[in-house]
Design a protein around this ligand. Structure first.
Ligand code: BTN
Length: 323
C-alpha cells in the first residue's frame, strides 16, 4: 500500500486529491492516510491541504524497490529483492533465505547493518543510508573449484557500474575496488557445497557511496564515490547498474568457463600487476613477490624473490612489505 501511494504521489504533478488516490488504488481514505503517515515516518515530506489533497515535496535518498525494478534489464538477477531498513548482516539473512529454499538471483539490501561482516573475520562499518550494502544469492551448476572466480565477476561488474557513473576504478585482486588507491568497495563471498556440487554462493558487496567521513581506523585507506567526486550518488541506480552488469558476465562464465570476459576486465583494471606484494603462504610463511598477472582461471600469478612461480587461488595480498 505504501509503495502504491508513493507511486501515485510521484506520478502527479503537484497536488493529488485523497479521493483520486482512493479511486486509483481501490482503497479507503483511511488506508491512504495511514500510508501517508508511514511514508512521512520514513523521511518523505508530504504536504496536505484541504480540498487539494497531497503533494510529494521531498524524497529522502532511500533504496527503492520499485525504482530498482524499473531500472533492471536482467532476467533473474535482482528480480526477487528485499530492501530492509536494518539488519545484522545482509549475508547472514541471505544465508537464512538460501536454507529456506530461496531461488537463484535473490538480492537482499539494507540501509544499515548492525553486524556487517568483512573478510577474515573483520567487521564491515555501516553508515545509515550512505553506503550500498547488499547480498546476492546464486545457485550455479558449477563444481566448487570454479566458485572462487565468482568474486572476480562481482568485482568486474562493480567496476563497470562505477565506470558508467563516471569513475576509473582499479581492481585489487580478488575482491576490492579502489579509487585513487583507496578502498571504495569490498566483496565477501560465502558458499555451501558438497565435494562435487554447490548448494549456494552468497556474494556480499559493500560500496561506499555518499559517506564523507570514516572512522579513524579506516579513514586513511577508505574512500567513497562522494568523497572523490564531491557530489552525492543515487544508490538505487548504482545497484541496478551493478546487477545489469553482473548477469551477462555471470552467464558468460557459465557458458564459457575457460575464458570469461570478466577476467579481461579484472586484468585491464588490475592494481597489482607489475607491483611488489607480500602475502602469507599456505605454510604460514611471509612471502614477497612480483605480480605477473591473472591466469585463465582467475589465479594471481606471482614470482617469488627466489625466482619460483606461484599461483594464488584466493587470500589476502598486500602491496609492498607486509607489516
Ligand atoms: C571486505 O572487504 O572485507 C568485504 C566486505 C563485504 C561487506 C558486505 S556489506 C553487505 C554484505 N553483508 C555483510 O555482512 N558483508 C557484506
Amino acid at each position: 500500500m505504501k509503495d502504491s501511494v508513493l507511486q501515485a504521489l510521484r506520478q502527479s504533478d503537484g497536488f493529488v486529491s485523497g479521493q483520486k488516490i482512493c479511486a486509483l488504488l481501490g482503497v479507503t481514505r483511511a488506508a491512504v492516510w495511514k500510508a501517508v503517515q508511514m511514508l512521512r515516518s520514513d523521511g518523505y515530506l508530504i504536504e496536505a491541504q484541504p480540498r487539494r489533497g497531497y503533494r510529494l515535496a521531498f524524497e529522502p535518498d532511500r533504496l527503492d524497490r520499485m525504482k530498482l525494478a524499473e531500472l533492471l534489464t536482467t532476467c533473474r538477477i535482482g528480480r526477487s529483492c528485499e530492501i530492509l531498513a536494518q539488519v545484522d548482516s545482509t549475508n547472514t539473512l541471505c544465508r537464512t533465505r538460501a536454507r529456506e529454499g530461496a531461488s537463484d538471483g535473490l538480492v537482499i539490501a539494507a540501509e544499515h547493518q548492525t553486524a556487517g561482516r568483512g573478510r577474515s573475520g573483520r567487521t564491515w562499518h555501516s553508515d545509515q543510508c550512505q553506503a550500498l550494502q547488499f547480498s546476492l544469492l546464486l545457485r550455479p551448476a558449477l563444481p566448487p573449484s570454479r566458485a572462487a572466480l565468482i568474486t572476480q565477476i562481482g568485482a568486474a561488474a562493480m567496476a563497470q557500474a562505477i565506470v558508467s557513473a563516471g569513475f576509473e576504478p582499479q581492481i585489487k585482486w580478488p575482491n576490492d575496488l579502489l579509487l585513487n588507491g583507496k578502498k571504495v568497495c569490498g566483496i565477501l563471498t560465502e558458499m555451501s557445497c558438497e565435494l562435487d556440487r554447490i548448494h549456494w554462493v552468497i556474494m556480499g558487496v559493500g560500496l561506499n557511496v555518499n559517506q564523507t567521513d570514516f572512522p579513524p581506523d579506516i579513514e586513511g585507506i577508505a574512500t567513497s564515490l562522494a568523497a572523490v567526486s564531491g557530489k552525492t550518488h543515487d544508490r538505487t541506480a548504482l545497484l541496478a547498474k551493478f546487477l545489469n552488469a553482473f548477469e551477462p558476465l555471470f552467464d558468460d562464465y557459465l557458458a564459457n568457463p575457460a575464458s570469461p570476459q570478466a577476467l579481461e576486465i579484472c586484468r585491464r583494471r588490475s592494481s597489482l600487476t607489475g607491483r611488489e606484494i607480500s602475502f602469507t603462504d599456505d605454510a604460514g610463511l611471509a612471502q614477497k613477490a612480483i605480480v605477473l598477472g591473472i591466469d585463465s582461471v582467475g589465479r594471481l600469478e606471482v614470482r617469488l624473490a627466489d625466482g619460483q612461480l606461484r599461483r594464488l587461488l584466493s587470500g589476502e595480498v598486500h602491496l609492498g612489505h607486509q607489516k
